[in-house]
Write a protein that binds this ligand. Structure first.
Ligand code: FAD
Length: 525
């Protein structure tokens, strides 16, 4: 028998595993824990609209253990057969790794080619960026095993409406060591301390089944026969051939966009967004969101927020919105080349740093770019110029330009800056020197509105740090809606965030799987 429960609980019950289990059993009419009883937790979400914060919990309690294969299926990766067809996957981000796993499930041999290092070796290069201001163009916060998602917040929510596909990705993550809570929380996240372990387990699964992964191997060219792609060439001149190439290089692989452009393979400029990261004390955000004095207690997670506002500049409205908010997190240097400053955010699984940071960005439309001069690379050039300006204005290292929030809105240079989680350090500048007015003026308007929406948010106890420029790809690599192949080049599958078809870890993973499925259809045709 199954009892479906929809409960509203106090945080101290909903976030304490033992108390929650007892409560669910009691509510199901099972006063003592029964051996056969099985709890399937479906959803947990915080409701902070009223004065008292409550937690909504949905769960099914079974009086007898149900068929677990439907609730938590186990995914099997059969050994690659000698005759299996080879699929070249460029990039070991979420898209590349999930494409590889799906290839295995479908009986193909994935050959993953990754310019960066494995998760563990990558750490040294991250330390070098933070401490010595040295950016390795092949190994950084965006490049390396696990892609841009490895040293991140590990937020796993997506706007995708395909719940089954989302759940499948989360289930595969749980099968490889992620906490089962991600299947249950409305806003699941893993945390930067736990992501590398998960990524390493995904790698082991690929290798154990007979897939290949080549680290420190940058793709620099394509092998083409007329309009058919046969494989790739790597920086050391090695060639790798396969039945298809899944190009999952992420939104920071500028050399790939340049390569496609130089080879006259169609790419298109695409709208994206740029701005800054804003950093508050987490207690201030907790105070606003949970209507408390800043002490959220032992059970509630660090509060997050999501803000959006249309703001006009010279009569043109654009969206100003929060992006990748990291409660209890850190601002990190996410540049992929020397001479540029890019910021992003990450947080540990406990989200227990004293800072809350979020990108606050302005939508950049095609009409905001110089398409005449730069064509398909117009957005990329705009992004690059902003990142180089940020670096130059702040002194040419990984020190980032910054300004206190109210000072920025008032157009006043800050006499001093606040402590920050951004390790390379901050330089006080007039952010008008960095941000073009179409971004700076709209941010100013946006922050004023956000100050009305969240009282206390617009404060000089917060500061902005520039620049948040890698929100999504400024370039689209087109593909056929059905076959997912490039319209000019058969066997080329532009995939996930770098091609403009995903934004975030889960949607990139889902797109990786879709590409693998289309490759299988092509091969078995
Ligand atoms: P990527 O993850 O970018 O992977 C592309 C891979 O291709 C990289 O490993 C790169 O090294 C490799 N590559 C590039 N060029 C070549 C080449 N020429 N040859 C070989 N390999 C190449 N998203 C979320 O959903 N939640 C979050 O909390 C979150 N936080 C983030 C925090 C930070 C600091 C950053 C930088 C990003 C964050 N994101 C987050 C975004 C998320 O990481 C990306 O959306 C996601 O990783 C995109 O996946 P992908 O596989 O398409 O590309």
């Amino acid at each position: 028998m199954k009892k479906e429960l929809d409960l509203v609980l106090a945080p101290e019950v909903a976030f304490d595993p033992a108390l929650l289990e007892r409560e669910l059993l009691q509510q199901a009419g099972l006063l003592a824990p029964s051996e056969a009883a099985f709890i399937h937790k479906i959803k947990r979400s915080i409701d902070a609209r009223g004065r008292k914060v409550q937690v909504k919990v949905r769960a099914d309690v079974y009086t007898q253990t149900p068929d677990l294969s439907s609730l938590l299926p186990s995914y099997v990766y059969p050994q690659v057969k000698p005759e299996a067809r080879r699929v070249i996957i460029v990039g070991a981000g979420p898209a590349g790794l999930f494409a590889a796993l799906r290839c295995l499930e479908l009986g193909m041999k994935p050959v993953v080619v990754e310019r960066g290092k494995d998760v563990r070796s990558r750490r040294r290069d991250l330390a070098a960026i933070n401490k010595e201001h040295v950016v390795n163009p092949d190994s950084n916060y965006c490049f390396g095993e696990g892609g841009a998602g490895t040293y991140s917040d590990g937020k796993l929510y997506t706007r995708s409406k395909k719940r089954g596909d989302v759940q499948r990705i989360l289930q595969i993550m749980v099968q490889h060591g992620a906490t089962p809570d991600i299947l249950f929380d409305a806003h699941p996240h893993i945390g930067t301390n736990k992501l590398p372990v998960l990524i390493a387990k995904l790698r082991e699964a690929i290798l154990e089944a007979g897939g290949e992964i080549h680290f420190d191997t940058r793709v620099t060219d394509f092998i083409r026969e007329k309009n058919q792609l046969k494989g790739v060439v790597t920086a050391n001149g090695t060639t790798m051939e396969g039945e298809a190439v899944i190009l999952a290089t992420g939104h920071s692989a500028r050399d790939i966009y340049e390569l496609l452009h130089a080879k006259n393979i169609l790419i298109e400029a695409k709208p994206f967004a740029m701005g800054v990261r804003v950093e508050h004390q987490q207690s201030l955000i907790d105070g606003i969101q949970y209507h408390c004095n800043g002490d959220r207690g032992a059970y509630l997670p660090a509060a997050s927020y999501s803000l959006v506002q249309q703001v006009a500049y010279k009569g043109q409205e654009r969206g100003v919105f929060s992006f990748c908010m990291c409660p209890g997190g850190f601002i990190v240097p996410a540049a992929t080349a020397p001479g540029e400053v890019v910021v992003n955010g990450m947080s540990p699984s406990r989200r227990d740093s004293k800072y809350a940071n979020s990108g606050i960005v302005v939508a950049i439309n095609l009409e905001d770019m110089d398409l005449k001069q730069h064509g398909a690379l117009a957005g990329l050039r705009l992004q690059q110029a902003l990142e180089q300006k940020a670096c130059a204005v702040a002194g040419g290292t990984q020190v980032a330009p910054a300004q206190r929030l109210q000072d920025f809105v008032k157009g006043k240079v800050s006499a001093s800056l606040l402590e920050t989680s951004y390790q390379p350090g901050l330089a006080s500048v007039d952010m008008r020197e960095v941000l073009p007015p179409m971004i700076g003026e709209r941010l100013r308007g946006g922050f004023q509105e956000f100050g009305y929406k969240m009282r206390g948010y617009l404060s000089n106890d917060a500061q902005i740090v520039g620049v948040e420029s890698r929100t999504s790809s400024p370039v689209r690599i087109p593909r056929d809606k059905e076959t997912l192949q490039h319209p000019q080049i058969t066997n080329l599958f532009p995939c996930a965030e770098g091609a403009g078809y995903a934004g975030g870890i889960v949607s990139a993973a889902m797109d990786g799987e879709r590409c693998a499925e289309q490759v299988a259809l092509l091969i078995n045709r």
